[in-house]
Design a protein around this ligand. Structure first.
Ligand code: MG
Length: 392
């Protein structure tokens, strides 16, 4: 059995969804997805000589060959790992279809057959906390039991130093990673409004996008303790694990991070130093399904749960959900396309997310097939539809 062809199609969703297709001499196909990014589709094509001609059942060997042979292109971290992730996911889907088995079964079977999804709500329509509360209620009314908002921006009290005529207020300018008192009060008001709107049982997370220094991050996390957040995400920049650890151990608000890390090695220090309470690997970005399973198992040594970051199409989302079903320490997975009306139409099956949950179906592979008409209608301009030529 041999892989005969590797090809891509880039779909213009709220991010460019890089779909990866594998074909074999037995007629089986696999469909994966890589996280977006400049050059990712080209890097997938760079892997063609390493993938085509291989027996698709030897997934670990094929992935290791890509990691080793593409090291010059950057297979330690970054876009090359992302491209490899897309191929890796396609390989697992292909193996599932060859064996007539769901991907989750290949990873040891189900801890759960319904996967809790959290809706990324972004921001309120206006900076009024009441508008955040309104949006939260609307999304919860759709069935979501977990939601997330951006907390750091747009903060109406963040001073634009280019326009501010009062130099003495520049203590609170955005580049020094500080939080002004009015900014802080507004953030607490937003969280209070959302919590009051949805009640105590809905899981509420907040994202701070790596914005603050250690001291102000701790002040923010402690100020939010009364609201029992599911997590506060990325309150400090991602590079310094010691700083991350200090914040995490200084508050009862759980700190979540991990969407910028790659491969199991990238998560090692974060996990072993217990520098986060919750870890958020982006599965089609950080190495793929088996790599995410390894990170989850490593985190479980320290009883740390996993909440995957996810901005993928249904293909990457549901493929990742099969791993979420097969690890005990899964918490919740992100859904970032609430405002993309045709997200579910990209596949022929029933909408993957129903009332805030993904059901793991007893179908081979990840269980989804591409609706080619919808995919073609949203093909990224200049991109080919599973053709041979490299493209962005
Ligand atoms: Mg985030």
């Amino acid at each position: 059995m041999k892989i005969t062809r590797l090809s891509t199609a880039v779909i213009a969703g709220n991010f460019p969804w890089v779909l990866v297709k594998l074909e074999t001499d037995t007629g089986h196909t696999g469909l994966g997805e890589a996280y977006w990014g400049a050059g990712v589709a080209e890097l997938v094509h760079l892997a063609k000589p390493l993938v085509e001609g291989q027996d698709p059942r030897n997934i670990n060997k094929i992935v290791e060959m890509m990691i080793r042979c593409m090291s010059g292109a950057g297979s330690q971290a970054g876009a090359t790992v992302t491209a490899i992730s897309g191929v890796e996911i396609a390989l697992w889907d292909l193996l599932g279809r060859i064996l007539d088995t769901p991907v989750a079964t290949l990873f040891g079977g189900l801890f759960r057959d319904t996967i809790r999804v959290y809706a990324d709500c972004h921001a309120g329509e206006t900076p009024d906390p009441a508008d955040y509360a309104k949006k939260a209620k609307e999304v919860v009314a759709e069935g979501f039991t977990a939601i997330k908002f951006d907390l750091d921006t747009p903060n109406p009290y963040t001073i634009d130093i280019s326009d501010d005529p009062h130099p003495r207020r520049r203590w609170f300018e955005p580049f020094n990673r500080s939080i002004g008192s009015r900014e802080m009060t507004w953030m607490v008001d937003v969280v209070r409004a959302v919590r009051d709107a949805v009640g105590p049982e809905v899981m509420v997370a907040m994202d701070a996008h790596w914005k603050y220094g250690v001291n102000d991050a701790i002040k923010l996390a402690q100020a939010l303790e009364p609201f029992d957040l599911l997590w506060l995400e990325d309150p400090v920049p991602p590079e310094n694990i010691e700083a991350q650890r200090h914040v995490t151990h200084s508050t009862r608000t759980p700190i979540c991070t991990g969407e910028n890390l790659y491969r199991k090695h990238g998560y090692r220090e974060l996990i072993e130093k217990q520098a986060a309470r919750i870890i958020a690997p982006d599965i089609p970005k950080m190495g793929g399904l088996a790599e995410a399973k390894k990170v989850a198992d490593h985190a479980d040594l320290y009883y740390i749960p996993i909440a995957p970051h996810n901005v993928a199409s249904p293909i990457g989302t549901v493929a990742g959900s099969h791993v979420c079903a097969a690890i005990n320490n899964f918490l919740v997975i992100e859904y970032h396309a609430h405002d993309v009306e045709w997200w579910s139409d990209l596949v022929n099956e029933a909408p993957p997310i129903e009332k805030g949950f993904i059901r793991i179906e007893d179908r081979p592979g990840h269980g989804l097939t591409l609706n080619e008409d919808v995919a073609r209608a949203h093909l990224k301009p200049g991109s080919s539809f599973f053709g041979d030529e490299p493209h962005g």
